[in-house]
Write a protein that binds this ligand. Structure first.
Ligand code: ATP
Ligand code: MG
Ligand code: MG
Length: 373
């Protein structure tokens, strides 16, 4: 989606990912051999160096990259890397990220360090109560790295599920809603936020996003934007940041986590906002003027298309159904294989009212791959 935005502005994009036909590579063909895509892992220092040798500006779409080599490239070659490696380094370790946010007086709920032992996990129950959320510090996405510890006896299973990854633990947050705000940060450190949206997760995976956010307390949406903007100001480098938050019954807001890149809960901006998060990410990292973040439709919903099995046919059949819905735009990502729990695409529905959008969405929820999820 970033590559699609770049092609509209004649910006050349070179992609590092494994496979000749990785999704982003399907979008942009190299203009000449010096701009050929790189085949390899974004965790491989040699491949990152190869990519950097072809680029004026480096940016990431995932935070699980080798930061050490990015720091080296930054100091050796002085090319622009956005967001800055120091930001990626903080964010890619969720425990370090939480420490950073707490130090910067951003509102986060209680969390504690934990060792990868049964005893240490069991001790968390005394400090945090039950249930609590055990999280992998690194390489976490789509909830793969989270384990809900419901009773002390779960410690063995939790350790097994999360392997020997470095861990930390969070107090269970009884939120009434989850909220997200995309924030664009310029190279000068100015921030511009998108409207607050409601996110709905199922099995720890983003399922639905509704824009704009509706709450009984009308101050929440603006407060969420301020919380998100303040948090993003504490980091360095340009680009879009996705700020995930929890809304509590008493109206208080905690930051759950921050992504240093365009984010799934900002995909709705492609059809629903004046400028998409992808275009604004590009504009920010290239020091171009930012576009308006305002909604251009009264209401929008985003639904993730998540694989239910290895069947690509199920995904295709669902996409065909979605094409019959007015105001609906389907995005399939061109992934070569379908797997249970894998994000294969998403759709966005826009409409003149929330009621219209909900009416358009309803039949699609029951048509999802694998039935209503
Ligand atoms: P992402 O794909 O967003 O990067 P992730 O794997 O980093 O996901 P989190 O965002 O930490 O995982 O958690 C996923 C979901 O689990 C949250 O959106 C929320 O629904 C739930 N969750 C996370 N932490 C807590 C908590 N402390 N208490 C209650 N629920 C939580
Ligand atoms: Mg995460
Ligand atoms: Mg998350």
């Amino acid at each position: 989606m970033l590559a699609a935005s770049a092609s509209l502005l004649n910006v050349d994009v070179v992609v590092l990912d494994s496979g000749e036909s990785a999704p982003a590579k399907q979008i942009v063909a190299p203009r000449n051999p010096s701009l050929a895509h790189v085949d390899g892992s974004f965790a491989d220092p040699a491949k990152i160096r190869e990519l950097a040798s072809r680029a004026d500006v480096l940016t990431v779409e995932i935070e699980h990259v080798d930061v050490h080599v990015l720091e080296e490239i930054e100091s050796e070659r002085g090319i622009a890397i956005h967001p800055s490696p120091s930001t990626i380094k903080i964010i890619q370790d969720k425990f370090v990220q939480k420490l950073h946010l707490r130090d910067q007086e951003c509102s986060v709920s209680e969390f504690i360090p934990v060792e990868s032992t049964v005893e240490s996990i069991q001790q968390c129950a005394q400090t945090l109560g039950l249930p609590f959320m055990l999280k992998s510090r690194t390489l976490a996405y789509d909830g793969r790295g989270n384990f809900v510890v419901k009773e002390v006896g779960d410690a063995v299973e939790a350790l097994k599920a999360l392997g020997n990854r470095p861990l930390y633990a969070e107090k269970w947050v009884s939120f009434i809603k989850e909220i997200a705000v995309m924030v664009v940060r310029t190279t000068e450190g100015e921030v511009l936020s998108y409207p607050a949206v409601e996110t709905v997760h199922k099995n720890n995976i983003c399922h639905l996003v509704f824009a704009p956010l509706h709450t009984s307390d009308p101050s929440v949406a603006e407060r969420a934007r301020r919380v998100a903007e303040s948090a993003v100001k504490t980091f360095h480098g340009a680009g879009v940041f996705g700020v995930e938050m929890f809304l509590m019954e008493d109206g208080s807001i905690y930051i759950n986590e921050i992504a240093p890149r365009p984010h799934n809960s900002g995909h709705y901006t492609i059809e629903a906002c004046e400028t998409s998060q992808f275009e604004n990410h590009l504009r920010a990292v290239l020091s171009l003027p930012l576009g308006s973040t305002a909604l251009k439709v009264p209401s929008a919903a985003m639904l993730n298309i998540i694989g239910a099995s290895s069947s690509m046919d199920e995904v295709r059949a669902f996409a065909s159904t979605a094409l019959t819905v007015p105001g609906c735009t389907v995005h399939l990502y061109g992934k070569s294989e379908c797997r249970e729990g894998r994000k294969m695409g998403h759709l966005t529905i826009v409409g003149n009212s929330d009621a219209t959008v909900h009416a358009r969405l309803r039949p699609l929820l029951s048509a999802l791959p694998g039935g209503e999820q």
